[in-house]
Design a protein around this ligand. Structure first.
Ligand SMILES: O=P(O)(O)OP(=O)(O)OP(=O)(O)OC[C@H]1O[C@@H](n2cnc3c(O)ncnc32)[C@H](O)[C@@H]1O
Ligand SMILES: [Mg+2]
Length: 170
């Protein structure tokens, strides 16, 4: 059985991996992303995902390491939610993929510019608790048609698919 380590204790991330790697043994491990708690660009968000995947692979030598990172990025003054994933396999090959992007309202942007984390801002905005561990910002702003776990599952599928392709054709 494939052993997978996902660098987070957030259930949306762990469950996303479980739904895609159905027959694998999946364990969430607390690791450092080594970027800001609230990444502010695609580059920084991707770096966080790669750092989490590599940290997992370093600590847990017997399995694949996976990292999923949420952040925000700007295009011409419009702030977008962005998401990145990375996976390191047992031969230290690195796979990366990005997830959905949707615009965030200006009032969310203003709160983030004050230094707050999106998770905290979303709870206040939606008058809910632990949005980041449930539907996520993506769930709130898509009327829950796409929740955070489903969004991350798509990223994990992109990682798994690339691993399968390059293992056969690489
Ligand atoms: O425990 P970890 O794995 O760190 O999970 P997290 O929920 O903090 O997620 P990230 O560090 O990947 O996300 C960076 C920040 O952006 C927030 N965030 C990102 N996407 C979000 C979403 O869809 N809904 C709510 N908060 C989100 C998150 O709460 C953090 O403050
Ligand atoms: Mg975090």
């Amino acid at each position: 059985m494939v052993q997978l380590y996902i660098g987070s204790k957030n259930p949306t991330k762990i469950n996303a991996v479980k739904t895609v790697f159905e027959s694998a043994n999946v364990e969430g491990v607390e690791v450092e992303s080594k970027v800001s708690a609230q990444p502010f660009s695609d580059e920084e968000t991707l770096e966080g995902a790669i750092n989490r995947a590599r940290e997992c692979a370093k600590i847990k030598k017997n399995g694949f390491g996976l990292g999923l990172e949420g952040g925000v990025m700007e295009i011409e003054d419009q702030l977008y939610l962005c998401n990145w994933g990375a996976m390191v396999d047992d031969e230290e090959n690195l796979y990366t993929a990005s997830g959905a992007r949707i615009p965030l309202p200006d009032e969310i942007k203003e709160e983030l510019e004050k230094g707050k984390e999106l998770g905290e801002v979303m709870d206040d905005y939606a008058s809910r608790q632990e949005v980041r561990k449930n539907e996520g910002a993506v769930g709130i702003f898509t009327n829950e048609l796409v929740n955070r776990q489903e969004m991350f599952a798509h990223v994990v599928k992109l990682l798994k698919g690339q691993y399968e392709y390059y293992r056969r054709n690489g």
